[in-house]
Every structure is written in structure tokens, then in C-alpha cells.
Write a new protein. Sequence first.
Length: 380
Amino acid sequence: MRLHSHDDFTPLREIVVGSAANYLGHDRDVTFELFHHDNLHGFRSDWAYPRLSHGGSQDTQRWKINKRYAEELHDDVENLAAILTDLGVTVHRPLPLPPDAAEIAGLGWRATPTPALNIRDNTLILGDEIIETPPAIRSRYLETRLLTPILRRYYDAGARWTTMPRPTLTDCSFDLSYARDTTTTLGGPTEPIEYPQPTPYDVGFDLMLDGAQVLRLGRDLIVNVAHENHRLAVDWLQRHLGDRYRIHRVHRMADNHIDSMLLALRPGVFLARHEGLRDLLPEPLRSWKFIVAPPPDPGAFPAYNSDELILTSPYIDLNVLSIDTDMVLVNEDCPQLRQLLDAEGFDTVAVRHRHRRLFGGGFHCFTLDTHRLGGCEDYL
């Protein structure tokens, strides 16, 4: 095992594929509502923070997931792992979440843990360094512990292993400016944002940053910053990395993750949700080619009952995974996207992923590439 990953497009040799085992539901508390802010309120007016959080930190609603959907998700993730293996990639897997996993707890809160499925979020790989990033959702606080056996093997083989400061995740830990500012979101909250409930454990805004907010381009890192929690975390990251990397901050490209907004498919080529993203990028990247994805086909998604919780925008299928600069894994339900990429000279591999809008991730989210052949190049 060798940890060596500087980008998302050079030839892939080793990868971690997440686990969907025992994904039973969501804890809908203030942290969950804020994290999924852009998408939750866009579909139902009663899905906006803080309707389920008026009572403070302890006020949580458990949102059960249809068992059939969970089982089909598990089948699709296992199929993804098998396809990557067939393509010659070494696949590692996290520990499955036990079916009877006990609640986890912090200072003033409790949460039901979720499996290590969207593993791109809480771990950032930069070259030969593992950086565990500070989670923004309470139920995901210990998620990287399910990755520990894999991370430990890379560490034993010579990788560096760093953990960013852990957040307290009290109600007062969060900068609410993004959720309150209706001019910078997809529509704004559907009800007033209440003031958070104070606790004895408040320390001000926490550092929060997900790996999926970082676009890795060799020596350059493009990082989405939507609010003060992100800014504080990027300040830490910049101080930690020193002059090893150049960090470029983009302002509010999304509420959190940008890998369903913009992905680099090869040097000089982006897959983008829309052309306007160009203006948010550093000047040297504005000359890159933008392959703008076709509008999502509503018929490409399963029809759900009114009580199902939608977590992603219809553009989730931009969340593709590159095997190298030519081959890309694309959802089989997106023939128009595949045809577009084929016409641009890519070799697309159709992979099944049915319930991506219920579980908040695509192929890029579900994976963590740990060994690609590319180096710390200066693509800018």
C-alpha cells in the first residue's frame, strides 16, 4: 500500500469504496438541516431549519429510510466496488456500521451514527498525507473510525496522518449567515432562522470543512468557502500546509460540497453544472474548457412517495469518478451525459446508482482515491 494522490483524474491504482450497510435513517437536527440547506428547502416548505430544532440541541427527529431503498443502495455500492476491481483498481472497504450501533454523544448532544458511505467528506488525501477533516453533522462525528483499519495500514506503510481540530457542534458552533442570506442560495429558507440555543460548552464558531469542498489540482487546491466555519478551517489548512500547496478560495459556489458543481476530468477540462462557475475560479483556470452538463432528466430518477427525504439536487449525477484522463464512471441512468462525454473523447462506463438523491452522494462522494499516478504538478 502506498498513499499517493494529488488529483482526481490521473491513472487510478487504489481506492476506498464506502459502505452502505445498515443505513437505516437520518437524525434531523440543526446540524443535518443546515448542512443540506440548499437542497432540503428547495423541495418542501416544511423541510427547512429550524422547524425541527426549536427546542435546542436535544430536539432531534429520526427519519427512517425505506428498507427496500437501503437494500438497493447497498447492492449498487457493492456493484461499484466490483466494477472498480474488474478495471484493475485495488479496492479497500471500511468497516460496516453494526446494525445495533450505539448512539454517539458530544457536549450537549446525542446522535445515531451513519455508515461510512460518503467517505470523500471527512477525509482529505493530499499526496502522502491523510487529513481527517472536522465534520459538520453530529451523526457523522465518528465516521472516520470505520476507516481506521485502512488509514492505519497506509500510516504503517509511511503515510502521514493528521486530524484537524474537532468541532464541539453545539447550536452556537454554526455561522448561520449562508442560511439567512436568501440572495446567495437556491431560494432561501422558507421560515425565519431562529437564534441558536446557548449551552455551557459554546466556544464560538467551529472549524468545519469537508474534503468534498476541495478540488485537488496537483499543487493547487480550489476550496469552497460559504461561511465563517469554512473560513476558519481553510485558515488552519493553509497554516498547516505552508508553501507545499497553493490554496484558492472560491466564495459560495455551493453551501458545502462542489463535486456536483465542478470536477476536473483532465488537465484543461472541467465538467461543470453551468458556465457561470468560470467567473468564480482563479484567473488561470478560467481558460480551461468547460463541458456543461445537460439539464437533468426528471425521468432518470425513481418516483418516491411524499414522505421520502430528498438530499441532493437533480445535478447529483455530475458526481462522476475518473479512472484516468480518458475513462469516467457515469450513472447508467444518464445517457445524455454519457453521450456528451463520449463526444468529447472520453470513454464512459455505465454504472448503476438508483437512489442517489436519497443518500446524498454519487460515485465521487462514495470513494476516496488513495493512489493515483500523477504527481504534485503545477497545472496552473
